[in-house]
Design a protein around this ligand. Structure first.
Ligand code: ADP
Ligand code: ZN
Ligand code: ZN
Length: 669
């Protein structure tokens, strides 16, 4: 008698036993195949994880496997180890991890029929690779000297320093050695240029992309090509980190600091961290690249307090001859009365660009027209009824919209409480800025670029084309515009509203602000035209801005690390967050209090449990939210604690509408 142990996509920390039909015995080589099994009232796809001759359950009660799917090679052992690591590290049920990382088409009983592929990567004309700069050569030589085996590198290079060229040379080496390459990027929408560059450089490598905007069929096909080994390069977003690749020889994580690598629901993993684990497990090199590395990665590479775990490689200079870094200046906004939020210096600088036929970008990381609509008579403000947040005014389509729960409504003509017809927008978002600039510069062509104007990849590509084609004089945009794009005619960047992040309750806000400003500044003057960046601020003497003016990321990072060490924040401690949400705050807090009172917690002396508190956004979509922070100076101690605590949490009796989750290494508070 053969018993098949099967992983299923259910929130339980266990596998399920099935009988193997007599006529069709399975062998060890079938482990890792998908199987169809009856579960409850229907059939499901699972993964065969083990074969046995006995079961802990009465054999008479076991059902039989319905089918073994042999359309794919079995998932390799490395893929199992990756899933096991994630399940253990992120406290997620293994079956859920395994199944959720497969493309949906392979998880379904009847996947939709594949349609022919439409979108083809635009092929750039083949170009001879440039001659490497001295810094690029040094970086590549260092990596070559390290030989084979696991090695992690942090490639810190200013924008335009030629990091991508370094990746391409590494890819070339790996391909020549007969290995596959995994290239991870934060958001595929924002990096079509990279895809085109890789495709042009390696036209015969069967490059495939993997991201959530692909059709189910395309994603399945690309994933299969990676598993079969016909795709030698996989370029994808965070979910691609789980792609099985039998000959994996190199992993590159571009813009490694980007928060998009963090999955925000289900299993809350960091694709960057998973990638590092995977490289170690596979014994291959991993390169993390950024102009503004995450402080975690920086600490791993360059923290004087701790031994370096990553090798730091630095590109100080821009790669293109004569392309200099932009001149960054602070504009002290305390010294003048701003005109619709714009300083005289910025207005003048824009005017100069208009006269010279160059582009300007005004950066404001807040979309919509105004963050709130208010009645000056009675004090009414546009609250979201479902969240502890305001409704944002979107004048372009005459809606009030909640950025947290998606609720929307018409814009009222008069105050809903007192009937006053003169209700006012307060504050400023990109739409309002666009309006102000239109009035100021009627002759200019103004283009707004944010999540509202670039909802789809198509819209985004169209906008980028317009910008490249010189169809815009002034760009108004959010951080979307800051990522990975060369705009050759852009020579001026003005940044508004940056100060808010200096004093935010979230202690990671300065790190994000610095990265954003550095990235957005990197857009200015990439080609032969020198760039200028003007930052409007009331705190011009703040060290963050001072470091920015000098393009001195290391100074900023080291100062931040010093502060974090003093305050006992990551990366000097390790954290996990237990969050609960429920229609009633009291229930959420009570759940967390029970979790905190877990009797065995005392046995984990190195682990500290804080008091449960309401979250900053204390209500979202009619759920009250609270959280409990767990902290330890030792990752190992934290993991040991979470392993036991996780099972205890599952046993807590909670009201039926209460939801909770545990997040390891949370990024947001
Ligand atoms: P990063 O990824 O660091 O922002 P890129 O690799 O995109 O930088 O390079 C920026 C620009 O410099 C690109 O236009 C690229 O073609 C060019 N470039 C890169 N390396 C070299 C080089 N060695 N010589 C000349 N141009 C280069
Ligand atoms: Zn009113
Ligand atoms: Zn809401």
């Amino acid at each position: 008698m053969q018993i098949a142990r099967v992983a299923l996509d259910v929130p339980l920390h266990r596998f399920f036993d099935y009988l193997v039909p007599d006529g069709e015995p399975l062998s060890a080589s079938d482990i890792g195949r998908r199987v169809r099994v009856p579960f409850g009232t229907r059939s499901r796809i699972g993964i065969l994880v083990d074969l046995s001759t006995a079961s802990d359950f009465p054999v008479a009660q076991l059902k039989a496997i319905e089918a073994v799917l042999r359309d794919l090679p079995a998932l390799p052992p490395e893929w199992f180890r990756l899933s096991e690591f994630c399940a253990a590290y992120y406290q997620a049920p293994l079956g859920e991890v395994m199944l959720s990382t497969l493309p949906a088409g392979l998880r379904r009983i009847d996947p939709p029929a594949a349609r022919s592929q439409r979108r083809v990567t635009k092929l750039l004309p083949p170009q001879d690779p440039p001659e490497l700069t001295a810094e690029q050569q040094t970086a590549l030589a260092t990596m070559a000297d390290a030989g084979t085996g696991f090695k992690a590198y942090l490639l810190h290079g200013v924008t335009g320093s030629g990091k991508t060229e370094v990746y391409l040379r590494l890819v070339e080496r790996a391909l020549a050695a007969g290995r596959q390459v995994l290239l991870l990027v934060p958001e595929i929408n924002l990096t079509p240029q990279l895809e085109a560059r890789v495709a042009a450089r390696f036209p015969n490598a069967g490059l495939v992309s993997l991201h959530s905007e692909l059709s189910e069929a395309a994603r399945t096909r690309n994933w299969r090509a990676a598993l079969a080994g016909s795709a030698r390069i996989v370029l994808g977003t965070r979910l691609a980190v789980f792609t099985p690749m039998p000959d994996l020889g190199l992993i590159v994580v571009d813009e490694e600091h980007d928060a998009s690598f963090k999955q925000q629901d289900g299993m809350r993993y960091s694709a960057r961290d998973v990638a590092v684990f995977r490289a170690r497990e596979r014994g291959v090199a991993i390169v993390l690249g950024s102009a503004t590395p995450s402080l975690e990665s920086w600490a791993n590479a360059a923290d004087p307090r701790t031994p370096a775990r990553y090798t730091l490689l630095t590109l100080h200079e821009r790669a293109v001859a004569n392309a200099r870094l932009p001149l960054v200046q602070r504009i002290d906004t305390r010294l003048e009365k701003l005109q619709d939020g714009l300083s005289g210096a910025l207005l003048l600088a824009i005017e100069k660009r208009l006269a010279r036929g160059e582009q300007s970008l005004v950066f404001l990381n807040r979309r919509g027209y105004a963050p709130v609509l208010a009645c000056p008579c009675c004090g009414w403000i546009s609250h979201c009824t479902r969240c502890a947040a305001n409704l944002v005014l979107h004048l372009a389509d005459a809606r009030l919209r909640c950025h947290h729960c998606g609720f929307e409504s018409r814009v009222p003509k008069a105050c809903p409480t007192c009937g006053n017809q003169d209700i006012q927008p307060f504050g400023r978002g990109t739409q309002r800025l666009e309006e102000v600039l239109t009035v100021r510069f009627p002759q200019a062509r103004i283009l707004r670029v944010d999540r509202d104007s670039a909802k789809s990849r198509k819209q985004w590509e169209l906008l980028v084309e317009q910008i490249h084609g010189g169809a815009a004089d002034i760009l108004v945009g959010t951080q979307m515009l800051a990522k990975g794009h060369d705009f050759p005619k852009l020579t001026l960047v003005g940044a508004l509203g940056a100060d808010a992040a200096l004093f935010a309750a979230d202690w990671r806000a300065p790190e994000r602000l610095f990265a954003q400003l550095m990235q957005v500044a990197g857009r200015a003057g990439r080609a032969e035209l020198p760039g200028e960046v003007l930052i409007q601020t009331e705190y011009p003497e703040h060290p963050l801005y001072a470091a920015l003016v000098r393009h001195d990321y290391p100074a900023f990072a080291n100062e931040q690390l010093r502060e974090r060490e003093q305050a006992g924040f990551p990366p000097y401690t390790f954290q996990a967050m237990l969050r609960a949400e429920s229609p009633k705050m009291a229930d959420a807090l009570a759940f967390l209090a029970t979790a905190r009172a877990w009797p065995q917690a005392g046995g984990h002396a190195d682990v500290m449990l804080y008091d449960p508190v309401p979250m900053r956004l204390a209500r979202r979509a009619n759920f009250e939210r609270a959280q409990l922070l767990v902290e330890s100076p030792s990752r190992r101690a934290l993991q040991a604690f979470l392993g036991e605590w996780g099972s205890a949490l599952a046993a807590i009796k909670a009201p039926s509408r209460l939801r909770w989750h545990l997040e390891v290494d949370p990024l947001e508070f």
